[in-house]
Design a protein around this ligand. Structure first.
Ligand SMILES: *Cc1c(COP(=O)(O)O)cnc(C)c1O
Length: 385
């Protein structure tokens, strides 16, 4: 199945907006389900920071996934969408007290703890409520990922996690504190990772660390390898579903899971990235001295990835089949970085044409801002149009 657009229906809507193809989302979730069924003890938590649209969350929840949150607001959103609290994992390097209390009050599955001071605070807040909190430690595995420097998180220089050298110290500390339960280890090396070698390197690191813990008689129930599986931004129509088969098989082949352990994943982009497109209307076509600009009504406030990471989204003109010409596609925001793409070919484009920026389901709508006092973009699902 490849993505198609109901152009007449889209024409009637006020632009810009996000359009989510729920057939693609379901096909993606089916693939996750098929691949994880092969391996008992594998659990996928959807990383809600990629997209927290309530209607998408409802569909994702129907497939039985857990959820990965990085803020109190995300925990609230997940609970509202019906995700069970005992499938919530909660990561984040700077959790506030109210966010921790929210997790404790709801008896979430696990806190992914990123520092010793945080562990003490969780213990104190749980004690004040007469409760226990499950904790995993986010270990910085010092494993690089072949991705953009802004989205690699597992190197020693990154702010995330606890150094490998301190692993035993924090576990012993947790075991000595009355209101936290040590459950396991958590990792997350980055995002938009397409080389299975990077996940293989993490699997090997997990094996080393597990051997180290076992030699000291430390029992671990949960291994959480985070997310980061990438999507094909260059050929999204040819590859609407990411390569989940190789992804899970890599861990299955390389990570030595003990019989009593469960292996957890936190996938965001790979689940929602390809189902979403940003639909925008061409306001003007301007002939510059050396260039032709298609000036659209969406900007970096609606989709910030190109400006923030130099990311690339394929662009289709949904309403023209004229001969190809070359354009820079730019937004209306008063920033020079408000450019979606340069020197791309599109069918001859004119005022009023509808463009689709593909692969925009992850880190798109959720990152929108109201800079320039612009209204936030709305999200529509294909099945409700
Ligand atoms: C962002 C994040 C994820 C999801 O990353 P994707 O690249 O979207 O799969 C998973 N875990 C943690 C801790 C994160 O911060």
């Amino acid at each position: 199945m490849t993505q198609t657009f109901p152009v007449e229906k889209l024409q009637a809507l006020r632009t810009p907006f996000y359009y989510y193809d729920t057939d693609i989302l379901r096909q993606t979730l089916d693939a996750v389900d098929t691949e994880t069924q092969k391996y008992p003890g594998y659990h996928v938590h959807y990383a809600v920071k990629a997209n927290a649209n309530p209607q998408l969350l409802r569909i994702i929840n129907q497939y039985g996934l857990g959820i990965d949150c990085v803020s109190g607001g995300e925990i609230q959103r997940a609970l509202q969408a019906g995700f069970p609290a005992d499938k919530i994992v909660f990561a984040g390097v700077g959790k506030s007290d109210w966010e921790i209390e929210l997790g404790i009050d709801n008896d979430i599955f696990c806190f992914n703890v990123e520092s010793i001071p945080e562990l003490h605070v969780i213990n104190q807040l749980a004690a004040a409520k007469g409760k226990q909190a499950n904790v995993c430690f986010r270990i910085n595995p010092d494993v690089g990922a072949h991705t953009h420097a802004h989205i690699t998180t597992g190197l020693a220089e990154n702010k995330f996690g606890i150094a490998m050298a301190d692993m035993e110290t924090v576990i012993h500390l947790a075991q000595s504190l009355p209101c936290v339960n040590y459950k396991g280890l958590h990792f997350h090396i980055g995002s938009q990772i397409l080389q299975m070698d990077d996940f293989a390197a993490l699997a090997h690191r997990v094996n080393q660390l597990q051997d180290r813990l076992e030699a000291q008689g430390i029992q671990t129930e949960i291994i959480n390898v985070g997310g980061g599986l990438g999507i094909d931004y260059e050929e999204p129509l040819a590859h609407p579903v990411p390569n989940f088969r190789d992804y899970f098989a890599t861990y299955h082949q390389l990570l030595r899971l003990r019989p009593h352990q469960t292996l957890h994943f936190e996938l965001g982009r790979a689940i929602v990235g390809q189902c979403g497109a940003l639909i925008t209307r061409v306001n003007y076509v301007k002939q510059g001295a050396a260039k032709q600009f298609a000036i659209v009504d969406a900007g970096m406030t609606d989709l910030i990835r190109p400006a923030l990471y130099g990311a690339h989204h394929r662009i289709l003109n949904l309403t023209s089949d004229q001969p190809q010409e070359t354009y820079d596609v730019v937004g209306p925001i008063c920033e020079s970085s408000d450019v979606f793409d340069k020197d791309i070919t599109l069918p001859r484009t004119q005022r009023g044409d509808l463009l689709a920026l593909l692969s925009a389901g992850a880190y798109g709508e959720i990152m929108a801002s109201s800079y320039n006092c612009r209204p936030l973009p709305v999200g529509y699902l294909s099945e409700e149009l």
